[in-house]
Write a protein that binds this ligand. Structure first.
Ligand SMILES: Cc1cc2nc3c(=O)[nH]c(=O)nc-3n(C[C@H](O)[C@H](O)[C@H](O)COP(=O)(O)O)c2cc1C
Length: 197
């Protein structure tokens, strides 16, 4: 599906002059990174990827969270209170080459789950554009944006989107509109790769 990425021309184009008459525009490189325990955020990540392309990366803690809801709520609260940042299972290959990084997350106790805080702390996002998205059960994006801003104070952070976990199946229209509002519609990126896990 061939589409054009308006945003890259406006914001990211690197114009390489060749002689005095020709020029080439380098397209921005996009990464869609996400953490998802029960699949809602993953679904939105795949939707974004289907609309805009780029590479994918799943943020996974070395030690997975319990399947039991009460147990995970307790563990998450303890970790968040201690500002604990769990070790992650894998690394993004060639992180420095990405220009735009979508960061997807469920809302946990009104903010980012610890593995997403780990992810944002592990890499240098200072020259990156972060595009936040989250899923939730009614609280909206809560304090996720301020948490991202705190961890990545130098990054450009675009407007985020919050999707209810029970509405992910019908989210295509809203997600497409959000991409368009952020100037990211109609991507044709230079890579459409197998997801990194
Ligand atoms: C530990 C924990 C804390 C949560 N806290 C919130 C919350 O503060 N607000 C909210 O609306 N939903 C909360 N939820 C619900 C999740 O955000 C929601 O189910 C989300 O869509 C799950 O995404 P996932 O399937 O990608 O893991 C919480 C879920 C868990 C497990």
């Amino acid at each position: 599906m061939a589409r054009k990425l308006t945003f890259l021309i406006l914001t990211f184009s690197t114009v390489l002059s060749i002689g005095h008459s020709e020029s080439l525009a380098a397209e921005p490189k996009i990464l869609v990174a996400y953490f998802s325990r029960t699949g809602n955020t993953r679904e939105i990540a795949y939707l974004i990827h289907s609309l805009i392309g780029g590479d994918m990366f799943e943020i996974q803690p070395v030690v997975p969270y319990p399947a039991d809801y009460e147990a995970v709520k307790k563990k998450a609260m303890e970790e968040q209170e201690a500002s604990y940042k769990p070790a992650l299972r894998s690394k993004v290959k060639d992180f420095g080459s990405y220009d735009i990084i979508f960061v997807g997350s469920p809302v946990w106790w009104g903010t980012l789950p610890p593995p997403v805080s780990s992810f944002l702390s592990e890499y240098d996002f200072s020259t990156k554009t972060i595009v936040p998205f989250c899923t939730h059960l009614g609280s909206g994006q809560g304090r996720t944006i301020s948490a991202i801003t705190e961890l990545c104070p130098q990054s450009k952070i675009l407007k985020g989107i919050a999707i209810r976990g029970d509405a992910v199946k019908g989210a295509k229209k809203d997600v497409s509109e959000w991409l368009r509002m952020n100037g990211l519609t109609g991507a044709e990126t230079r890579q459409d790769s197998v997801p990194q896990r």
